[in-house]
Design a protein around this ligand. Sequence first.
Ligand SMILES: Cc1cc2nc3c(=O)[nH]c(=O)nc-3n(C[C@H](O)[C@H](O)[C@H](O)COP(=O)(O)OP(=O)(O)OC[C@H]3O[C@@H](n4cnc5c(N)ncnc54)[C@H](O)[C@@H]3O)c2cc1C
Length: 485
Amino acid sequence: MTIERGHPGFTHDLHSVHHYLIQPNPLIRNDELNLLSKFGLEYVHPGAFQTTILSDFSTLEVFDDLDRTCQSIARHSEKDAEAYRDLAMLGARVLPMLMAGMYTVPLPLHVTLGMLSGNEDGRRIIDMMFRSPLQVVDELFESDHIKIHMIRSATEHTLGFPDDMGNGLCVLLTTALQHNFKTGMPIGGSGALAAALARCIEYHGGTIIKNAKVEKVLTSGGRATGLLTTDGDEYAARDAVVASIHPRNLDKFVDGIPDTVVARGKRTIQSPYGIIKIDGGLKEPLKKNMPSHISEDSIVKWIFADNLRDFLKAFDPMRHGEINYDRPLLAGSDMQIPGRSPEDNPLLYLLQHVPYKLADGGAQKWDEIKERVADNMIEKAAYFMPNLTPDNILFRLVDSPLDMERHSPNSMVDGDACGLGFHLFQFGGMRPTPELSNYAVPNVEGLYLSGPFMHPGGGVFSIGRPVAIKMFDDMGIDFDKVVAQ
Ligand SMILES: Cc1cc2nc3c(=O)[nH]c(=O)nc-3n(C[C@H](O)[C@H](O)[C@H](O)COP(=O)(O)OP(=O)(O)OC[C@H]3O[C@@H](n4cnc5c(N)ncnc54)[C@H](O)[C@@H]3O)c2cc1C
């Protein structure tokens, strides 16, 4: 969603900014719904440069071009450059197969594992699936700087810990995506995707009702028959109801689901930490303490450590419900996007990874401390961006993980920006639970689930595509024929 907030004329993305996970989706790649060709969705594709800058200001650059990336890594370690090339080439070989399973109804995990075990590349994938990101990078690389870059890339997407078992595949996935797809930013902001989808729905005769809060999915005779809003309005369903209801909240919205399915949904596990975000406006662009050859386009990872040990310690306070004020895991900077502010002033977008439930005071404590945490984020970030000072900030708004949950109470439960933890037991045909992973709800015919807690996961993937595939299948409609029209 992109909204004006903070100051007239400044439009901010409430959540996502970069749409990298949707780019390989046939919805965008093949423009299946004509969102790009007919309904006004337009992406800019900033250069795929990522730079990791450590506290001693040493840098590591990763480009979309593999040879250039390996040259950058070779400045740290020749051996690591070769290991990285091997990893990227493995990624390129397996990406088509991984992508084929990502935007469609997932197979049960045992079937996926059976298929993968048939060849050497597949067996390496299984091996990584079961390991932690730290184990994967420790085995592959010798340089701390490369290890830090790889772990930061993997964990910032999964909101996991470096030593979380069952998360290691993210190291391969982020590398493969980096060299095969460019990220995209919709012109007009992240909300431009929703706006294009809305135009598509209306063009085909659909009606969108805004500002209505759903209280209940209506059911009758084991079938979803419609929706009831908190205002008491009822909407009848013709073919189906598609709802974004977190597995933990299913029984609040729907009656008649088997107890075992409800109980299993409540046992799902959220990501171990969340995000606090500052949306702001700046008077002038930020100056960055980095070598002049690094492109302004580069997505920079600011690391308050110059060795792996200290970097890993930065995660530790979050394991105990504490905020890391000394070595915050920060991301973001200024964004100069024409048309998104009155005088084209830069927007400020700054994140820190933080726990949702605070050891001292629980999640509710966030309302009391979020401004103080934001002050610290700005002070710390000024180490890398020296003119990020109060006199350069026109205004700022702070969203804590508790605020994220308030914006999105049925997908971002416990403020989880990913909807649900990325753990092996919540992956593919196990996400969010084996019983719900094919998007249908047992005992409630015609009810389908969508949202970041479903396969393939948290992020702008367009989970609606696999949901549509499942619905069409149930209704005897040929999905491929429809999207080919
Ligand atoms: C700070 C932040 C940064 C992020 N950055 C990125 C990024 O750069 N790239 C990326 O790919 N992903 C990013 N993500 C994740 C991404 O934003 C989410 O995965 C995505 O928004 C999920 O989209 P969704 O439409 O399924 O759910 P949501 O965006 O959560 O939308 C659900 C909607 O349902 C509404 N709703 C809830 N309950 C009811 C009800 N009872 N009745 C009616 N409506 C209801 C909510 O108000 C909300 O509008 C980020 C997330 C956060 C929090």
